[in-house]
Design a protein around this ligand. Structure first.
Ligand code: SF4
Length: 758
C-alpha cells in the first residue's frame, strides 16, 4: 500500500534487469563533444511517454524521462530507458536483400525498389488490384500508415491494407464505434488522477503499462480510500499490488459484466436519469461472418427489454459460469453503483483476444453507461492499446480494410472527399471489402493474394496457424516483401527485404492510447541504406506508376503528408503545434486538445444545449447499451487437452521481441519464454521448476522451460506462456478464430496439455 510510483518502477526494473544503467548517465569518453538533449516519445507501447534523448557525435547515447511530460512526468520503464540500444544491435539489416536461387543476397536500393515495383505492376495487371496487400504495424509512424493507405487506396485501387493493431486493439475500437460512434476512447490518462476505484479487468498493468500503473499507485498513496481491484484469470504482479483480487474463468467476461448490470438494476443503483437522457439500447439481429468486419444489423430495444435480458444473468447463476462468488459479484456491483465514488475500468489486449472480443468490450462500456460513469474526470472504461497508434491514429491515416483517412471506404461522402484531396477519380477508390490481418494471410493460402508487403511486423511468429502461411509461401508463387530493421522469421521468408530506419532515425508522429499525437524527430542518421517505411513505399510507388500521388522530396515528405492529412478534417493538430510540446489529445480543437470527449465542459464538438453529455458520434446523440449474450468458447479443456493456456506480454519485451531482444539488459533479464504452472498442477504432472516440458495444443507443440508459481501464478488448471520469444512461437499454436465483428484474432486462450520430455 505504501508503494509510490517511483519505487514501483525502480522495483520493476531491479526485479527484471540485473544491471540497469541509471537513466540519464551518458556513456562515452570525456573527449567527445557535449551531448545535446532532445525531446521525443517512446514508441514501444501505447502509453506514449515523453523521453529526452542525448545525442553525441551522431549517436544516441542516453535517455531519460521528460519531467515536462503530462504522461510520465520524468519517469519511464525499462524498455523506454534502454530504447536507444535498439538502434545498435549487431545484426541490424543495413542493406536491401533480394532472393536469388533461394538465397537472400545483398543488393542496392534501386535494384530492390525496381524489383518490388515490377512485381507489383505485374500482379495488378495479371490478377487485379485485390491480389495485392499490405500488412503494416502499430509501430509505424502515422505518416507511414497514411502513405501506405494512399498508395493502396488511391493508387492500386484496393482496400487490402491492415496492421498488427488488428491483433491487439480491433475489438476495442469496434466496440467504441458501436457504443459511441467513434473509435477513440472517451476518456484519457488523466482519469487516473481523479478516480477513487480502479477495476482492472484481465489487465496486468504493472507489466504491460508500467508507467500508467505507477500513476495508479501514486493516486492511491496520496488519497485515502482509493482502491485498486484486480479482476482477472490469474494472479499477476498487478494482483499483488491490488487491494483485492478476484479470479474468473477464462473467457467469462460477458456473463460477469452482465451480472454486475443485473445487480445494479436490481438494487436500483443505476443512474436512471443519465440512462433516460443519454442512452439507447440495441440488440444485434445478425453479424457478418469470418474475416468480414462490415458490421452487424441490429434493432433498437427499450429499457423493459433490457431488464428482461438481464434477468437471466443473476449473480447466483453467473457464479457457476464464471467461478466468481455471487457475493463478490454483488460487491463489485456495489462499487460501480456507489454514487460517491468515481470508477475507472481498464483492460488491454489480453481481454480483447476473445472469440467475441467486441462484445466483451461492449459489456464493460454497458456498466459505465448504466451508472453514468463515463467521460468525466475519474469515470470511464478505458482500453490500453498496447502498441502505439491503437486508438484513433490509424483511423486518421485510413490504414484499415474499411477505412479512408478520417472516414470509411463504404461511405460515398468519404470516398468523394478522398478523391478530391488525392486528385484521383472517385471510381478509383474501391468499395470492395478489404482483407483484415488474418484475411491477408489466408489469401496467400488460397492464392487470392499474390503480392504481400509486410512493414515493421513479424506476423509469421504471432499469427495463429502461421506454419500454414510459411508452407504456402514456400510452395506457391507469392511475392513477399518485408521491411524491417532486424532479421525475423518473416524476413527469412521474403523475396525482398528492405532495411528500415528506426525510431530516432526517422521523423514521424505517433498516437497513444489516450488519443495523444506526439512528434518524434529524426535525431540520428540511419545506418547504410536503411530508410523509413514511408519513404520505401514512395520509392516503390513511383517506380510502379503511382508517382503523381507523392510529389514530395525525402526531406519534406513527412510535413507534406501531414499537411495533406489535415485536409481530411479529422481534428489533427498542426505539425508546428506537435513539434512544440509533448503532444495533443485529438481532436485538437486549437491548442487545448480534448481530454474527455462528449462532455461539453471538455469537448468543443459537444453541444451544451444537449445537457451534460452529447454523444454526437451517433446520429441520435445517444450512447448504446448492447444486449450481448454469452457464447461458449470455440474450444475448452477436455480429456486430451485438460488445461487452459493463456498468452500475453511481460515487462521486458514488446511484441515478438524484434527490438527488445536487441537490448542486452532486457535480453539477459528475459532471454527465453517459459510456461508458468500452478504448483499443484506441476506436482500432479511430475514437473520440476526449470525443467523443459512440452506444451501442446490441437495445432502443434513447443518445448519450453517450466516455471512454477513464477512471476505470475495461474490457478489450478491453467498455464501461461509469454509471447515475446521467436524461438517459442506460442501464438502459432492458438486457434485460427477471429471475433466476427472486429476481425481480431481470438488468440488469447485455448486448451492445452503439458508433458514432461523424457
Ligand atoms: S511505459 Fe511504454 S511508452 Fe512508457 S517508457 Fe515504457 S514502453 Fe515506453
Amino acid at each position: 500500500m505504501s508503494v509510490d510510483r517511483r519505487t514501483f518502477l525502480k522495483g520493476a526494473a531491479v526485479a527484471s534487469v540485473a544491471a540497469v544503467a541509471p537513466a540519464g548517465i551518458v556513456a562515452g569518453s570525456a573527449a567527445r563533444s557535449t551531448p545535446a538533449w532532445h525531446r521525443t516519445a517512446c514508441t514501444f507501447c501505447g502509453v506514449g511517454c515523453s523521453l529526452l534523448v542525448a545525442v553525441q557525435d551522431g549517436r544516441a547515447v542516453a535517455a531519460k524521462g521528460d519531467t515536462d511530460s503530462p504522461v510520465n512526468r520524468g519517469l519511464g520503464c525499462v524498455k523506454g530507458y534502454h530504447a536507444i540500444q535498439t538502434l545498435y544491435g549487431r545484426d541490424r539489416i543495413t542493406r536491401p536483400l533480394v532472393r536469388r536461387n533461394g538465397v537472400l543476397v545483398e543488393t542496392d536500393l534501386d535494384t530492390a525498389w525496381d524489383a518490388i515495383a515490377a512485381r507489383l505492376r505485374e500482379t495488378v495487371a495479371r490478377h487485379g488490384a485485390d491480389a495485392a496487400g499490405l500488412y503494416g504495424s502499430g509501430q509505424w509512424s502515422v505518416v507511414d500508415a497514411y502513405i501506405a493507405a494512399k498508395l493502396f487506396k488511391a493508387g492500386i485501387g484496393t482496400n487490402n491494407i491492415d496492421t498488427s493493431v488488428r491483433l491487439r486493439h480491433a475489438a476495442a475500437a469496434t466496440a467504441l464505434a458501436s457504443t459511441y460512434g467513434l473509435d477513440g476512447a472517451p476518456g484519457c490518462h488523466e482519469d487516473i488522477e481523479h478516480a477513487d476505484v480502479f477495476v482492472l479487468w484481465s489487465h496486468n498493468m504493472a507489466e504491460t503499462d508500467p508507467v500508467l500503473f505507477s500513476r495508479l499507485l501514486e493516486r492511491r498513496r496520496t488519497h485515502a480510500g482509493v482502491r485498486i481491484i484486480d479482476v482477472g484469470t490469474r494472479t499477476t504482479r498487478t494482483s499483488y499490488a491490488a487491494d483485492r483480487s478476484l479470479q474468473y474463468a477464462p473467457l467469462a467476461e460477458i456473463p460477469l459484466a452482465n451480472a454486475i448490470c443485473h445487480e445494479l438494476v436490481r438494487r436500483r443503483a443505476h443512474n436512471a436519469s443519465f440512462v433516460a437522457r443519454h442512452v439507447a439500447f440495441a440488440r444485434a439481429t445478425a453479424s457478418a461472418g469470418d474475416d468480414d468486419i462490415s458490421g452487424e444489423t441490429s434493432h433498437p430495444v427499450d429499457w423493459a427489454e433490457y431488464v428482461r435480458f438481464l434477468e437471466q444473468w443473476s449473480p447466483d447463476r453467473v457464479a457457476a459460469l464464471t467461478g466468481v462468488a455471487a457475493e463478490d459479484i454483488r460487491w463489485l456491483a456495489s462499487l460501480y453503483g456507489d454514487r460517491t465514488r468515481r470508477v475507472l475500468t481498464t483492460w488491454d489486449s489480453e481481454l480483447n483476444r476473445h472469440h467475441r472480443g467486441a462484445w466483451a468490450n461492449n459489456v464493460l462500456h454497458n456498466i459505465h453507461l448504466l451508472t453514468g460513469k463515463v467521460s468525466s474526470p475519474g469515470n470511464g472504461a478505458f482500453c490500453c492499446t498496447g502498441q502505439p497508434n491503437g486508438a484513433d491514429s490509424l483511423h486518421a491515416a485510413g490504414a484499415s480494410p474499411d477505412g479512408l483517412p478520417g472516414g470509411s471506404a463504404h461511405a460515398a461522402v468519404d470516398r468523394g472527399r478522398a478523391a478530391r484531396v488525392w486528385g484521383v477519380a472517385e471510381e478509383r477508390i474501391s468499395t470492395r471489402r478489404g482483407r483484415t490481418a488474418t484475411g491477408l494471410f489466408r489469401g496467400i493460402i488460397d492464392g487470392s493474394i499474390r503480392f504481400l508487403w509486410v512493414q515493421a511486423a513479424n506476423p509469421l511468429v504471432n499469427l495463429a496457424g502461421a506454419d500454414r502461411y510459411q508452407a504456402a509461401l514456400r510452395s506457391q508463387d507469392i511475392f513477399l516483401v518485408v521491411t524491417d530493421a532486424y532479421p525475423t522469421a518473416t524476413t527469412a521468408m521474403a523475396d525482398v527485404v528492405l532495411p528500415a530506419a528506426l525510431w530516432l532515425e526517422r521523423e514521424g508522429v505517433y498516437g497513444s492510447s489516450e488519443r495523444r499525437s506526439q512528434y518524434v524527430p529524426r535525431l540520428v542518421q540511419a545506418p547504410g541504406s536503411a530508410r523509413p517505411d514511408g519513404w520505401h513505399t514512395i520509392e516503390v510507388a513511383r517506380r510502379a506508376g503511382y508517382g503523381e500521388l507523392f510529389p514530395w522530396n525525402e526531406a519534406m515528405y513527412v510535413t507534406e503528408a501531414w499537411r495533406e492529412m489535415e485536409r481530411f478534417e479529422s481534428g489533427l493538430p498542426g505539425m508546428a503545434q506537435l513539434r512544440a510540446g509533448s503532444g495533443i489529445l485529438s481532436p485538437a480543437n486549437g491548442a487545448e486538445g480534448t481530454s474527455w470527449r462528449f462532455n461539453p465542459a471538455h469537448d468543443a464538438a459537444a453541444d451544451r444545449r444537449r445537457g451534460d453529455f452529447d454523444f454526437y458520434g451517433n446520429a441520435d446523440h445517444r450512447a448504446r447499451i448492447w444486449l450481448r449474450p454469452h457464447e461458449p468458447p470455440p474450444e475448452s479443456p477436455d480429456a486430451r487437452f485438460p488445461l487452459w493456456l493463456s498468452t500475453g506480454a511481460v515487462l521486458e519485451h514488446a511484441g515478438t521481441g524484434t527490438l527488445t531482444r536487441r537490448i542486452p539488459v532486457l535480453q539477459r533479464a528475459a532471454p527465453h519464454a517459459w510456461v508458468e504452472l500452478n504448483e499443484s498442477d506441476a506436482r500432479d504432472l511430475g514437473v520440476r521448476n526449470g525443467e523443459r516440458v512440452r506444451v501442446s495444443t490441437r495445432r502443434g507443440a513447443i518445448d519450453v522451460q517450466a516455471r512454477i508459481d513464477h512471476r505470475t501464478q495461474p490457478p489450478v488448471g491453467q498455464i501461461f506462456v509469454p509471447a515475446f520469444d521467436e524461438a517459442v512461437p506460442i501464438q502459432r499454436l492458438m486457434p485460427d478464430v477471429v471475433c466476427p465483428l472486429s476481425g481480431q484474432p481470438a488468440s488469447g486462450k485455448c486448451a492445452a496439455r503439458v508433458e514432461r520430455i523424457v
